[in-house]
Write a protein that binds this ligand. Sequence first.
Ligand code: GSH
Length: 372
Amino acid sequence: MSDTHTLYAITHSLYSGRARSYLIKHQIPFRELSTGHESFKADVLPKAKLPTIPTLVTPAGEVIRDGAAIIEHFEAANGRPCRPSGPKQQVVSALFDVIGTDGLLRPAMHYRWNYQEDNLAFVRYHFFHSQRDMPTRDDKTEHMMGRMQQVAQVWGVNESTTALVEALYLEFLNVLNAHFEDYAYLLGWRPCVGDFGLLAPLYAHLGRDPHPARIMQQRAVRVYRWVERMNRADQDVPEYFDAGSDFLAGDDVPQSLLNVLKVVAEDFVPETRAAADSINQWLKDNAPDSGDAAERFLGQCQFELRGQTITSAAQPYRFFLLQRVHAIYDALDADGQRSVQQMLDSCAMGELLSLRLDRPVAQVDNLEVWGA
Ligand SMILES: N[C@@H](CCC(=O)N[C@@H](CS)C(=O)NCC(=O)O)C(=O)O
């Protein structure tokens, strides 16, 4: 049996970048296929259940849909190489995983879809070539792209909020760039689970589409280098003359990383609070049976950001990943909990520890479902 995995993914897909990077960094042999291949519909989709990418097929034929599940599959099998040992670092790693997969969709979608003059031909190439050469290819491309053009609005980007969304993203880039002046990865000298999560928006959209890639290259070279680094198998740290090889010692979370969290907290915390309220209300009204699908979007939520109201999508998936932060925290003794709480309070993220859904979200047979 070959040891090659098949990753159904594509270059311009946000979530694909996260799983691909994990495979590259761990030198797991794989070939990448777009979902335009017949094998996806015929063999994979019946087991994947939903047509999302990334979806992995292992050499033994197991199908794993969802980037978090793909990474968890390898982490569980290989002694968790991307989980640091200290509780503060574990919490920060799990938190960046949520922030990357769910907390930066606003700027990612905005900078891809609202700068069409710069991006459209580039993005179209990818949508077009994700399908095989059929007469309907052009129409399908237009249809798929048409669906996406307004997508930034789903996360609250519109004429009156654009300047705010951009200002916050540029502040985020500045502080993240400052962090990478001293370290090659979030927690030092090797990637943690949070690095892979954070790569999702910062690769395909913000680090690769022409308009935002130029912003990153010109304003945040070190972030751009980290994006490159996350797509290389080696450590890729020639510009650091005192590079280490591990996570930072002593469960240290550097101030430069807390500064990043502090900027992210500005919208991430009120958005999470508003989404929790809205989904908890939905749970009260609908009382789903356990095992029922936890839909991707469950209505909208509204929150205030620097004096403006943002209307965004409420997604149970954010809480599926946030549960991992909660699980790490809940398992600590009182001293451990106090030090994690203090750390998160210092960067305005402390409230997240108590922002929980009334029902857990679980993954069963490649679907997100409501737990008991
Ligand atoms: N929770 C999934 C989300 C994957 C996802 O939404 N992928 C997008 C592309 S980046 C997709 O396949 N969208 C098509 C669809 O939802 O039908 C993950 O993290 O892998």
